[in-house]
Ligand binder design. Structure first.
Ligand SMILES: [Zn+2]
Length: 182
């Protein structure tokens, strides 16, 4: 452990002692982490907000499987009208925690608990919308002046027809061949 790294996700331990006693037993859980300073350039999680998972852990032979829905509050600017917009992104998760985790695939199971902090942190980052809209049909600040369907300014500069002719479909067929003469 290097420890103390800036931006390290907070720990959020979930005890799995009870369910580990009987294969297949389940337990409802609602772990959460409080985040500060999480966000992308245009969208972020408001400081102090909680990322909450509502789900359950189930005992399996390799360890435990965690399933549920992660709720991620966010705020940003509408990409069309630039008004402030807020929302809650919801992401389904299904993750396996085991004593011998596979790098990049499963998470560590430590004795009698799992740490879901890193999962909540990573899931929240991926859940943030890249281009938020205040509403699906937001028309922008002045729809008459800036229609969302762009008309090219270059339409009247045409100097003859220089568009490529349609490609002979026989050439396309040849693209897939390996022209190895042996
Ligand atoms: Zn808008």
């Amino acid at each position: 452990m290097t420890g103390g790294a800036e931006g390290h996700p907070p720990r959020e331990l979930v005890s799995v002692t009870e369910i580990r006693r009987h294969l297949g037993s389940r337990l409802a859980v609602t772990p959460s982490i409080e985040v500060v300073g999480m966000g992308l350039s245009d969208v972020r999680v408001p400081d102090g907000s909680e990322i909450v998972l509502t789900g359950e852990v189930e005992s399996i032979s390799e360890g435990v499987v965690l399933t549920g829905t992660v709720a991620v509050p966010w705020t940003g600017a509408c990409r069309r009208c630039l008004n402030d917009v807020t929302g809650v992104a919801e992401v389904e998760v299904r993750e396996i925690y085991e004593t011998d985790p596979v790098e990049g695939e499963t998470w560590p199971l430590e004795q009698d608990h799992i740490d879901v902090g890193p999962l909540l942190h990573d899931t929240a980052l991926l859940a943030l919308p890249l281009a938020p809209l205040c509403s699906d049909d937001c028309a922008g600040p002045a729809p008459g002046l800036y229609p969302t369907t762009v008309v090219s300014d270059d339409a009247d500069l045409g100097e003859g027809d220089d568009a490529e002719p349609p490609r002979d479909p026989r050439w396309a067929a040849l693209d897939g061949l390996d022209l190895d003469e042996g």
